[in-house]
Design a protein around this ligand. Structure first.
Ligand SMILES: [Zn+2]
Length: 342
């Protein structure tokens, strides 16, 4: 098959488009013909070596895949060739203490499609049959590819981890990102009010259209000041944060008493300071989250089918132009998801 892969760490220029070993399914696996694969920030960490692929190089990125079933392992039942599907990107052992508790995202052997295994920047990708979800006819492959990581992570962060509810206020960092654009919609869906940040004025209207009531350009305005003004000095109930560093630190100051900060990534830096006085005196919660459950992904499919949630697609590149697509994301030009189409 053809794939976009890398043999050395570095920038977008390290991505090659060439022949690559065909994936061979084990007895409980399927091979999916990729129809669309979405880019994610984690791809950039894998590429530049900040998160080197555990199985070594060469490596194919791509955690979010929609496609059709091409080949089935001998033991796979209930799925047929040609079926439209998406792939749940998290792998769990099923047997450790956390898996047994039903908390598979914190499995001691947790792994991701496109990180711990070759991913979807390719014509074909292998995944366990247990990770396959049918993609309803009403959802295009392009939209399907924007759900399994970005939309699911935002859903789990807001609904399960923060317990966001009607009438609450939430600060969503980086409306232009895949996870930010998903979080704004999910917050609106549960009846919360949203303030969000953008890095350029041309993203303001985009964020408003998603449902944000207040949009702050963090390059020209202090977002903590903006939150204080917007909430009449109270602060927000929930912050969704995935930048790290100073953004993380200031996000804590944007919370009201008993508020919750959900950290779902560290796009700029893995480090963040905390003034502990804010945490204990205001009884704050700082919680981590990664991905979500297959059941939550099914719920998201229902909402997308019903038109209540809509993944935001910025643009699609042909797979052979993966290098340009990666550069586009590295340059932060995207508003929503960027896709590769084999
Ligand atoms: Zn486990």
């Amino acid at each position: 098959m053809r794939a976009a892969f890398f043999k050395e760490h570095g920038g977008a220029e390290k991505i090659l488009y060439d022949d690559y070993r065909d994936p061979a399914p084990g007895p409980d696996d399927v091979v999916v013909r990729v129809r669309a694969c979405a880019l994610n920030h984690v791809d950039m960490l894998l590429l530049d070596g900040r998160f080197p692929p555990p199985e070594g190089l060469p490596h194919v990125n791509g955690c979010e895949v929609a496609g059709t079933i091409e080949t089935l392992g001998a033991g796979v039942k209930g799925l047929g060739r040609g079926r439209r599907v998406i792939i749940f990107p998290g792998f769990a052992c099923g047997g450790c203490e956390y898996c047994v508790r039903g908390e598979r995202t914190v499995c001691v052997k947790y792994g991701y499609l496109g990180a711990h295994k070759d991913g979807g920047y390719a014509e074909l990708v292998r995944a366990p049959a247990a990770n396959i979800l049918p993609l309803p006819e009403a959802i295009a492959f392009e939209a399907g590819a924007a759900l399994p990581l970005a939309m699911l992570t935002a859903w789990h962060a807001l609904v399960a981890r923060a317990g966001l509810g009607p009438g609450q206020t939430v600060l969503v960092q980086a409306a232009g990102s895949g996870v930010g654009s998903a979080a704004i919609q999910i917050a609106r869906l549960v009846g919360a009010r949203v303030i969000t940040t953008v890095g350029s004025d041309d993203k303001v209207e985009f964020a408003r259209a998603l449902g944000a009531e207040r949009v702050v350009n963090y390059r020209t305005q202090d977002f903590v000041d903006a939150v204080r003004t917007w909430t009449d000095k109270r602060g927000v109930d929930v912050v969704v944060e995935h930048i790290g560093g100073e953004t993380f630190e200031k996000s804590v100051y944007a919370l009201t008493r008993l508020g919750t900060l959900v950290t779902i990534g560290s796009h700029d830096t893995h480090w963040g300071r905390l003034d502990l006085r804010h945490v204990y005196s205001k009884n704050l919660r700082v919680v981590g989250t990664n991905l979500g459950s297959i059941l939550e992904l099914r719920t998201i499919l229902d909402y997308v089918t019903a038109g209540r949630l809509e993944p935001v697609i910025d643009r699609a590149f042909p797979l052979k132009d993966a290098r340009a697509a990666v550069q586009y994301v590295l340059d932060r030009k995207n508003k929503g998801k960027v896709l590769l189409i084999p």
